[in-house]
Design a protein around this ligand. Structure first.
Ligand SMILES: Nc1ncnc2c1ncn2[C@@H]1O[C@H](COP(=O)(O)OP(=O)(O)OP(=O)(O)O)[C@@H](O)[C@H]1O
Ligand SMILES: [Mg+2]
Length: 658
C-alpha cells in the first residue's frame, strides 16, 4: 500500500512538472510512460499480495471490550478498546503479564467467550462477522485435555482418523500423523503413554492434534508453556515454517509468556497487553523504538520481550520503584504513559487504517473442511474409548474388583438362604442391597468420566466431531464392561445364595443389574454436563441417588410415603422402585409361602405375599419393570444429548445477543 501512495504522489508530481515546463514534454512523456510501466508492475505486486491474503484468513477487531459481571463491583472490565488485525502469512504474538487478558482476547477472537462475559466491538473474519469453520481454524487452549491412557502415537493417530476427510487413505492419515509428530520432535516418545510424558511433551501432543488438518487460522494459547528455551524455539519456528512446507498462507495468533530473543524474532506483529489495555500493537521490529521513545529503552544484553513485560507488570509493585525503570516511575504510571502514547502514535493510526482497509475486503465466507463421516467417527470413538476404559483402572476394573469381593461376601453371608417363609426378609434385604450398592458404586467411575468429558469438550469446540457421535461411541464402548460388571458379580451372588432356580430368572437378575448400572451412568452423564467439577458432581449424584434409594418403596412402603412430592412424582421416577419391584417379582413370583395370618388360607402365593408384605404392583409383569428401566436409559441418554446440544447451539446465540 505504501507503494501505491508513492505512485499517486509520483503522478501528481509528474502532472505539475508537466504544467511547469512544456519544453521538457518529451522527457516528461518518457517519465510518464516509465511511471505507467512501474505503476503496472507495482499494481501487480500489490494485487499478488492481495490475492495471497485472499487465500488466507484475515481477522480484524475494532474497539473490542469484554466485561464480566462480578458480585461486588457490578462488572469487571477484562479487555478495553482493543483494535488490531492478524493477516495471512504472519505470526501475531499476544504478550503481557499474567492476567492481562491474553486468553480472553484469544477466546473473543475465536468466538469462545463464556456466556457470562459481555463483548462489544466488531470482530471480523475476512471482512464479515462469521463463525470459524471447522478445519480452517484451530484453537490450542491453555490447558491440555488429552486422554492420558493413550500413547502419543495413538492420540495423534486417532485424532487424524477423526479429523481428516474420508478422501484421504488410511496410510495417508497415518503418514500425516507421523509427520506431525516428527515435526513437533516427539518421535522418541511415540510409544509412551501420555500419562508418562513431561508437561512440555504433552503440550506438543496438543499442538500436533490441532495442526493435523493444516488449518489456515491458528489460535495458540501459550504453546510454549512447560518447554525449555530450545524446545520453544523449535516448536515456534516449526509452526511458523508450516507455511513454507504446505504452501498455506497461515494466520497465526499466539499468546506467549517468555519468548527467547530467537522466538521473539519469529513474530511479525506484537500485541502487548496490560490489564486488558493495549500498550502496543504493531510490527515487532518497531516495539523497541516505541518503548525507547517513551523513556523505557531496552537495556543492552536484555531480551526485549522480558523488558516489555517487566516494564508493564504491576503485580509485584513495591514501595520502591524498580531500579530498571529509567526515570524512577512506578509501573502504574509507566503503563499510563505507554498506553496514552500508543493511542496517539503513528503506529496506532496506521493500525486503525489497516483494520478498516482489511475489514472492507469482500471475501467469501469460510468454507468448512470435511471430517471423517459420522459412522466412521462413531467407530473410531468407540475404539478409542474402549482403549481408554481398558487402560484406566478407575473407570471399570476397580469397580469390578470391589463388586467381585462384595459378591463373595454376600454369597457367604447369605449362603443358600433357601426359599421358605423365614427366608423372605433375608432375600428382600439381599436383593435391595445388591441393587443399591451396585448403583451407588457406579459413582466411582465419575472422575474418569469427567476427564473423558474434558477431552470431548475440547474436541467438540474445535469441531472434531459432534455430540451424537460421542454419546454413541461412549455407550458402545461401555457396554462390554457393564455386562462384565453385572454378569460376574451377579452370578456369584445368585448361585452362592441360591436364589430362584432357572436360567430365565438368572437372566432377568443380571439384566436388571446391567440396566440399572447403565441408567446410573446415564444419570451421572447428565450431572457431569451441568456441574463445573467432579467433586460437585459426586456430591450431587450421591444426593440424587440417596433420595431415590430412600424413596424406592423398601425403606418406607409405597402406601406410607407422603403423597405430596415423595410419592407423586418422586416414587414413580425413582430408579430403585423399578429395580426392587422387578427383582422381587423375579424372586418370589411362582413360589408359595405359609401364611400365619389368622382366618386366611394357610398357603399364599408369591404374588400375594408381594402385594401384602411389600405393596408391590403385581398387576404388571416383571418385564414391564425392566422395560421401564430400559426406557429410562434411553430417555436419560437423549436428555444428555439434548443438554449438550443446547449448550452447543444456545451459547453462541446468547453471545450474539449480548
Ligand atoms: N469468566 C471470568 N470471570 C471473571 N473474571 C475473569 C473471567 N475470565 C477471565 N477473568 C479475569 O480476567 C483477567 C484476564 O484473564 P486471562 O485468562 O485472559 O489472562 P491471561 O493474560 O491469559 O493470563 P495468564 O497468562 O495467566 O494465562 C484475569 O484477571 C481473570 O481473573
Ligand atoms: Mg491465559
Amino acid at each position: 500500500m505504501k507503494m501505491m501512495s508513492w505512485f499517486v504522489k509520483g503522478e501528481d508530481e509528474t502532472e505539475s512538472g508537466n504544467n511547469r515546463c512544456s519544453s521538457r514534454k518529451g522527457q516528461i512523456r518518457s517519465m510518464e510512460e516509465e511511471i505507467i510501466i512501474n505503476n503496472n508492475n507495482n499494481d501487480e505486486v500489490a494485487l499478488a499480495i492481495e490475492e495471497e491474503e485472499k487465500e488466507g484468513i484475515c481477522v480484524t477487531w475494532k474497539d473490542v471490550w469484554v466485561t464480566v459481571p462480578t458480585a461486588k463491583q457490578g462488572s469487571n472490565t477484562i479487555l478495553q478498546a482493543l483494535t488490531g488485525y492478524a493477516k495471512p502469512g504472519q505470526l501475531l504474538a499476544i504478550m503481557g503479564p499474567s492476567g492481562s487478558g491474553k486468553s480472553t482476547l484469544l477466546d473473543a477472537l475465536a468466538g469462545r467467550l463464556s456466556t457470562k462475559a459481555k463483548q462489544t466491538g466488531d470482530i471480523l473474519i475476512n471482512g464479515r462477522k462469521q463463525a470459524l469453520a471447522y478445519g480452517t481454524s484451530a484453537y490450542l487452549t491453555q490447558d491440555d485435555a488429552i486422554l492420558t491412557t493413550l500413547t502419543v502415537g495413538e492420540a495423534v493417530y486417532y485424532s487424524a482418523q477423526l479429523q481428516l476427510p474420508d478422501s484421504m487413505s488410511k496410510s495417508e492419515k497415518k503418514e500425516r500423523a507421523e509427520f506431525t509428530i516428527r515435526e513437533m520432535g516427539l518421535q522418541d516418545a511415540i510409544h509412551t503413554r501420555i500419562k508418562g510424558i513431561s508437561g512440555g511433551q504433552k503440550r506438543r501432543v496438543s499442538i500436533c492434534i490441532e495442526i493435523l488438518t493444516r488449518p489456515s487460522l491458528l489460535f495458540l494459547d501459550e504453546p510454549t508453556s512447560d518447554l525449555d528455551s530450545a524446545a520453544s524455539y523449535y516448536v515456534m519456528s516449526r509452526i511458523a515454517s508450516l507455511n513454507d512446507k504446505d504452501g498455506i498462507q497461515r494466520t497465526i495468533v499466539a499468546s506467549i509468556h517468555q519468548p527467547s530473543t530467537e522466538v521473539f524474532q519469529l513474530f511479525h506483529n506484537l500485541c502487548l497487553l496490560s490489564s486488558g489495555q493495549a500498550v502496543y500493537f504493531g510490527p515487532t521490529a518497531a516495539a523497541n523504538e516505541f518503548f525507547a521513545s517513551n523513556g523505557f529503552p531496552c537495556p543492552t544484553l536484555q531480551n526485549p520481550s522480558d523488558h516489555f513485560v517487566k516494564t508493564i507488570n504491576k503485580d509485584f509493585e513495591q514501595e520502591d520503584p524498580e531500579p530498571g525503570l529509567s526515570i524512577g516511575l512506578i509501573t502504574e504510571e509507566a503503563i499510563h504513559i505507554l498506553v496514552k502514547s500508543f493511542k496517539s502514535s503513528a503506529i496506532n493510526q496506521q493500525v486503525q487504517t489497516d483494520v478498516v482497509k482489511i475489514g472492507k475486503r469482500n471475501s467469501s465466507a469460510m468454507e468448512m473442511k470435511n471430517h471423517a463421516h459420522f459412522f466412521k467417527q462413531c467407530i473410531i470413538l468407540t475404539r478409542r474409548s474402549s482403549v481408554n476404559m481398558y487402560r484406566d483402572a478407575g473407570y471399570y476394573w476397580l469397580r469390578l474388583l470391589i463388586y467381585g469381593g462384595l459378591a463373595i461376601s454376600l454369597g457367604t453371608i447369605f449362603y443358600k438362604i433357601g426359599s421358605n417363609s423365614e427366608s423372605i426378609q433375608a432375600k428382600a434385604s439381599l436383593l435391595v442391597f445388591v441393587v443399591t450398592f451396585l448403583i451407588f458404586i457406579t459413582i466411582g467411575g465419575f472422575p474418569s468420566f469427567v476427564e473423558d468429558m474434558k477431552v470431548f469438550e475440547r474436541e467438540r469446540l474445535n469441531g472434531h466431531y459432534g455430540v451424537t457421535a460421542y454419546i454413541i461411541g461412549h455407550t458402545c464402548s461401555a457396554i462390554p464392561y457393564l455386562l462384565l460388571m453385572s454378569v460376574i458379580p451377579g452370578a456369584l451372588v445368585y448361585y452362592l445364595t441360591g436364589l430362584q432356580k432357572g436360567g430365565q430368572h438368572f437372566l432377568y437378575f443380571t439384566c436388571v443389574l446391567f440396566v440399572s448400572v447403565m441408567l446410573v451412568e446415564s444419570l451421572m452423564m447428565i450431572v457431569a454436563s451441568m456441574v463445573p467439577n467432579f467433586l460437585m458432581g459426586i456430591i450431587t449424584g450421591s444426593g440424587i441417588l440417596g433420595v431415590m434409594m430412600l424413596n424406592g418403596g423398601f425403606y418406607r412402603l409405597p402406601g406410607d410415603l407422603p403423597k405430596f412430592f415423595w410419592r407423586y412424582p418422586l416414587y414413580y421416577i425413582s430408579i430403585h422402585k423399578y429395580a426392587y419391584q422387578g427383582l422381587f417379582k423375579n424372586e418370589f413370583e411362582g413360589l408359595t409361602f405359609s401364611n400365619n395370618k389368622v382366618g386366611a388360607a394357610s398357603i399364599m402365593s408369591g404374588k400375594e405375599m408381594l402385594r401384602n408384605s411389600w405393596q408391590i404392583e403385581v398387576d404388571h409383569s416383571k418385564w414391564v419393570d425392566l422395560s421401564i428401566l430400559l426406557g429410562m436409559v434411553v430417555l436419560y441418554r437423549i436428555l444428555f444429548l439434548v443438554i449438550l446440544k443446547i449448550i452447543e447451539k444456545v451459547k453462541p446465540i446468547i453471545a450474539a445477543f449480548k
